[in-house]
Ligand binder design. Structure first.
Ligand SMILES: Cc1cc2nc3c(=O)[nH]c(=O)nc-3n(C[C@H](O)[C@H](O)[C@H](O)COP(=O)(O)OP(=O)(O)OC[C@H]3O[C@@H](n4cnc5c(N)ncnc54)[C@H](O)[C@@H]3O)c2cc1C
Length: 375
């Protein structure tokens, strides 16, 4: 074993995507020395529609205005490719970004705050002891007080540590369709075009990101499924840059076991199974991991235990989302009828526009009619 320096950084991150960058930003502001490892240099492609819900925009510690390409106030919900119902009137519900730009922007915020970045395309082993964690990587041996596994759905850190065994994967596939924008930007969700999921159209500057999502690990989504959806919807076949990626789920059962190794974002299975939204929980869990590490330094409680407690809100929201998904996708006709009924439309649009998570919308729906939107 090579001789190790006392410590390479207080916190090392596997993965510099949204979860890693969000945690790094908070930890730098708390004065920790940080090293972000990623297998890619940035900017890099990540299959993702780049939709930031209002709750994600609110969770981020800084404005991401420079990388927002469109702001949506209208959502069209379809049953198959027909029967589209317009949801609107509650204010802005989603900001559209391109992930390569968003991720570079967020990483640069962490670097500007003083974090270091290094490319390491492989983590070979991880050993946690009482006072530190040692990693063997393709870039050499590294020693740290805390390791944050923010390395996405296939997380090597999760697999090497056995930190979370109930992780399972949904899947989404997407492509880009050049478009001239007409009218105000609208988001589209077409339910019933795939099992346990939907087809989407997210408008950007000069193109639409179009894709298919399924939260079921049993559903296989292929390029020809997406091309068929686009042909039936737009009568076009010129979809470009097709790519797919698994989505980490099951996080309602994630309880950190280690004292010094914390998983965040997709690595911890925190994608919402109903709609496949993952960016909010990536950012939020990264921030909670940072909070747990900071607090552990002052109160002596292991960071893993603190993080476990802090994650309860996310786990509750994911449980609710999972129940809603089981009901909604099992009885899609009833689900569509209920979803598009006037009271539900109103409550959802207002809740989304206020940046409320699903759990809060569910428990606080009676308050929504009386709340005023901030300008
Ligand atoms: C097609 C598609 C569309 C989506 N659209 C949306 C959307 O519109 N809105 C939304 O909220 N969510 C969406 N999601 C989900 C969202 O993309 C994820 O939830 C989000 O990227 C999770 O962020 P993360 O930081 O946890 O992981 P990631 O974004 O996957 O980042 C992980 C990072 O770790 C790095 N890495 C991986 N392995 C290693 C390793 N061994 N060592 C070092 N580094 C490593 C990767 O290079 C990457 O930079 C979508 C997902 C897909 C697949």
């Amino acid at each position: 074993m090579p001789k190790l320096p006392p410590i390479d950084a207080d916190v090392i991150f596997g993965g510099a995507g949204p979860a890693g960058a969000a945690a790094a930003y908070d930890l730098r502001r708390a004065g920790f020395s940080l090293l972000l490892l990623d297998r890619h240099t940035f900017p890099r492609h990540k299959a993702c529609a780049g939709g930031l819900t209002v709750k994600t925009l609110k969770a981020l510690r800084y404005s991401v205005d420079p990388v927002i390409q469109a702001r949506c106030r209208i959502l069209d919900i379809g049953k198959g490719l027909s029967g589209s119902v317009e949801f609107s009137g509650g204010g802005e519900i989603c900001a559209m970004t391109v992930r390569s730009e968003l991720d570079l922007f967020c990483l640069e915020k962490a670097l500007a705050a003083g974090a270091r970045f290094m490319v390491a395309d492989r983590i070979l082993s991880i050993r946690e002891s009482q006072n530190h964690v040692v990693l063997q990587t393709s870039a050499g041996a590294l020693k740290t007080a805390f390791l944050i596994g923010a390395d996405g759905t296939p997380s090597r850190i999760r697999r090497l540590t056995g930190e979370f065994t109930h992780h399972y994967q949904g899947f989404a596939i997407e492509g880009i369709l050049p478009l001239n924008s007409v009218g105000p930007p609208r988001m589209v969700f077409d339910f019933n075009v795939v099992p346990a999921g939907y087809g989407w159209v997210f408008p950007k500057n000069n193109h639409a990101n179009i894709g298919l999502y399924s939260g079921s690990p049993l559903v296989v989504l292929k390029k020809h499924h997406l091309l068929t959806y686009v042909r039936r919807k737009f009568g076009r076949t010129d979809l470009q840059h097709l790519s797919g990626h698994p989505m980490g789920m099951g996080g309602w059962r994630y309880h950190p076991r280690g004292r010094r190794i914390l998983l965040a974002g997709d690595a911890a299975g925190l994608v919402d199974p109903l709609l496949g939204e993952g960016l909010f929980n990536a950012v939020h869990s990264g921030q909670l991991a940072a909070k747990a590490i900071v607090a552990s330094q002052s109160n002596g409680i292991p960071a893993g235990s603190l993080y476990d407690r802090l994650l309860e809100g996310i786990r509750m929201d994911l449980r609710l989302s999972r129940l809603s998904a089981a009901w909604f996708y099992r009885w899609p006709n009833w689900g569509h009828w209920a979803l598009t009924s006037r009271p539900v439309r109103f409550v959802l649009m207002k809740g989304f526009a206020l940046g409320w998570p699903l759990g809060r919308i569910g428990t606080g729906f009676y308050r929504l009619p009386f709340l005023t939107m901030q300008k």
